[in-house]
Ligand binder design. Structure first.
Ligand SMILES: [Zn+2]
Length: 338
């Protein structure tokens, strides 16, 4: 077995939840039936970009192992490892969060008619594909309508709904799903994350393990926990909602609202079931549990709806500080009434 291969036939760079997609695509490649355009899609933080890189490597490898992983040894694999393979091109925005411009895609269209320099395919990885502006998407559509043999386009997107339907319909869709919680926790433990907090990090990261790992590295829990403590204190009749709204000003409102949804979801689940749910958003489940017992679950659900409504208002550019103030005032009132 080479060093780039695991016993399961998955390249060592890929996490276990990629197994099924990898087996399917490497088998298609082995049978010379890989479509000329793929759309890797699913929530952020699942490693779709890693998958695209490993697949690009497989497509140029001159001697793939029988299990369908790159050999790691041939001249092509060595060029990939050095980051200089002439037949693999990564098309990304100049800066994260910026658009992909039409010139970047036109460059691709010009290159894709050239013959591969190695023995394998020419591969273009476009990530994130949803960053293409309208002109760029139109230029890509032309390439998709006139496929060039032995050229493979790999589009990567966490927001495929932003892509034009004409592009999506010309790609084979490869969907990525968050793994079961146990698998995510095991993987995080292997990356050195404390098992005691891995479940909470996954909860805060919508079960996406790579996002949970990034959250661990940036100290997310240290930022999250004091905010939650203050929010729960309001429900316990302590603290001032307006002062809390002031204190929350430094946090991005969309992140705060995401956390509020999570906290209220945990509270409603606790209020509704005798068995405590397994993943908690909190380091102090006992406190959440005693609060859930005191609060009327109908009111909790109604407040959850109010948070969702506030998210929509935020998307319409209403003043985030006023929105949060209103929400916290309501939370403090709701608790006194129940
Ligand atoms: Zn190779």
């Amino acid at each position: 077995m080479s060093s780039t291969e695991t016993s399961s036939g998955l390249p060592a760079s890929l996490p276990p939840w990629h197994q099924a997609n990898w087996q399917r695509l490497s088998a298609s490649h082995h049978a010379a039936r890989l479509p000329h355009a793929l759309l890797l899609n699913g929530p952020a933080g699942l490693g779709k970009g890693l998958f695209a890189r490993a697949l690009a490597n497989l497509l140029v490898c001159e001697n793939p192992a029988r299990q369908g992983v790159p050999c790691g040894d041939c001249p092509s694999c060595r060029q990939v490892a050095a980051g200089s393979h002439p037949d693999i091109k990564y098309i990304e925005p100049d800066e994260p969060g910026k658009q992909l411009k039409v010139e970047q895609i036109r460059g691709l269209c010009g290159q894709s008619v050239l013959t591969a320099q190695g023995e394998g395919s020419r591969v273009f990885v476009i990530e994130p594909a949803d960053a293409m502006n309208v002109a760029a998407a139109n230029a890509l559509l032309k390439t998709l309508e006139e496929p060039v043999p032995s050229t493979v386009l790999i589009l990567v997107s966490s927001q495929p709904q932003r892509l034009p339907a004409t592009i999506v319909s010309r790609c084979q869709k490869v969907a990525f799903q968050p793994p079961p919680a146990d698998e995510g926790i095991d993987w995080l433990a292997m990356q050195g994350v404390d098992a005691a907090v891995a479940g909470r990090l996954l909860g805060l990261a919508a079960q996406a393990p790579l996002a949970a790992l990034a959250a661990a590295e940036e100290g997310l829990l240290e930022r999250h926990d004091p905010l939650q403590r203050d929010f729960l204190a309001l429900a316990e009749g302590r603290g001032d909602p307006l002062a809390l709204a002031q204190a929350w000003k430094g946090q991005p409102p969309e992140v705060l609202l995401g956390w509020l949804v999570l906290w209220l979801t945990d509270l409603t689940q606790l209020a509704a079931s005798t068995q405590p749910p397994r993943l908690f958003s909190t380091a102090d489940p006992g406190r959440l549990q005693s609060l859930a017992k005191r609060l009327d679950s109908k009111r909790l659900y109604a407040f959850l709806d109010r948070i969702q409504e506030t998210r929509r208002q935020l998307a319409r550019n209403l003043n985030p500080e006023l929105l949060l103030e209103g929400l916290l005032l309501e939370w403090a009132r709701l608790v006194r009434r129940s």
